[in-house]
Design a protein around this ligand. Sequence first.
Ligand code: IMP
Ligand code: MG
Length: 211
Amino acid sequence: MKDGANVFADQSRGSDRCLDSGCLVEDIEQVLISEGEIQARVNELGAQLSATYAGKDPVLVGVLRGVFVFMADLVRAITIPIDVDFIGITRYGPSTRTQGVVRLTKDLDVCITGRHVLFVEDVIDTGLSLRYILRTLQAREPASLMVCTLFNKPRKRLFDLDVAYTGFVLPDRFVVGYGLDYDERYRNLPFVGVLREEAITRQRLPPGAQT
Ligand code: IMP
Ligand code: MG
């Protein structure tokens, strides 16, 4: 297998991005979806959503923080007037036993009652977060509520949830990049890839610590 830096160089098609030692890309074992593929698909979704929601003045709602990269690109691929808002959630509890508990940490600023709401997600895995969020949003009686996720990992889905728009179906692997993090890192990679084992097991040093 090619190393991460070479893969990244291929994916960025000769751009002069940093390939120095210390770059995040060194931790990437394999790029699953390139920057170009993501951008092309986001543009397609934007065109589709512009047609679906024409004249409906929709509100796009995302969950912080993972969705901020996708949301930023998606809204610029949409050509009709829209509102954008964000919520925050936290998941806690032993997920294998209780399937985890979800709690709202930041509520919407806009009122969605009677509005057409598109819930925008970066990745759906078990569906636990999505189920909680859809219930929370539905309780406010929007005119309609649909889901658009860039990445869908259906293998571990615990609930039957209706996802109207999917960018890419991913295998059941932990991925980073394009907003998705591991220990809050890698969100700023422009592609989606799989981490090297060493990067997962490495301890993160506190700020200022000597290596
Ligand atoms: P779910 O509640 O199991 O569907 O998980 C959804 C949330 O888990 C996402 O919004 C992400 O924050 C996180 N997540 C799931 N899979 C991945 C992944 O492969 N990489 C990074 N975060 C992930
Ligand atoms: Mg998320």
